[in-house]
Design a protein around this ligand. Structure first.
Ligand SMILES: CC(C)(COP(=O)(O)OP(=O)(O)OC[C@H]1O[C@@H](n2cnc3c(N)ncnc32)[C@H](O)[C@@H]1OP(=O)(O)O)[C@@H](O)C(=O)NCCC(=O)NCCS
Length: 175
């Protein structure tokens, strides 16, 4: 990649460019309603964009969640998208790494993600077997449910991840 992307918090003015990118990155999946529901909720959603020469080429959101029966602070990584012309150039890794650093600086204890383990293991995630996702996953998706500890806590307990209303849709957790 010629230059590293700039990573910054998105603003309301970025929403339409972010929304336009999702169908390009996910031609078979409609994540636009989720993105539109998450982005304005700035109190609980950290939304980052990666830009190159001012153009938005990547986006990620981290949603504040909680853990049943635990006082640890938790976050959910999703969605993540990189514009097709800029994929496999380090943009996704850069934007996720920046988000994880910001969460660590904010004393978030643990981050969860449901995604390709081949990709997310490179970013420090490992299969999560104690904390359950909000809805049961099919067996073939078990390895896609992953977490990463950011703080000192060695265990995040064994309850369920409690998610805000935007994530209370079983369709977001099913194949
Ligand atoms: C998945 C995605 C976010 C990765 O971002 P990226 O900027 O392309 O990835 P990076 O350049 O940081 O990392 C590249 C590595 O990620 C993996 N990777 C990237 N895209 C991949 C894909 N479509 N399928 C499988 N592995 C992929 C590869 O291991 C790749 O390494 P390689 O080029 O040496 O083989 C991006 O490709 C994307 O938006 N894809 C379409 C949407 C999608 O599948 N999102 C899934 C998020 S859960």
């Amino acid at each position: 990649m010629p230059t590293s992307p700039e990573i910054r918090t998105s603003t309301r003015d970025d929403i339409e460019a972010i929304v336009d990118m999702y169908p390009l990155a996910f031609p078979d999946e409609d994540l636009v309603p989720l993105v539109r529901a998450l982005l304005p909720d700035e109190d609980i959603v950290m939304s980052l964009v990666a830009t190159l020469k001012g153009e938005i080429v990547g986006h990620v959101a981290f949603t504040t969640c909680s853990l049943e029966g635990s006082s640890l602070s938790a976050s959910l990584l999703a969605p993540l998208a990189v514009a097709p012309d800029f994929q496999r150039q380090g943009v996704g890794s850069a934007i996720v790494s920046s988000g994880l650093k910001r969460l660590r600086d904010s004393r978030v204890d643990v981050v969860f993600v449901l995604g390709d383990p081949t990709y997310y293991s490179r970013l420090g995630f490992a299969p999560e077997t104690h904390v359950q996702p909000p809805y049961p996953l099919p067996a073939e998706w078990y390895s896609a449910w992953q977490s990463q500890r950011l703080g000192d806590a060695s265990s995040a307990g064994a309850g369920k991840l409690v998610v805000p209303r935007q994530w209370l849709d079983p369709g977001l957790w099913a194949p």
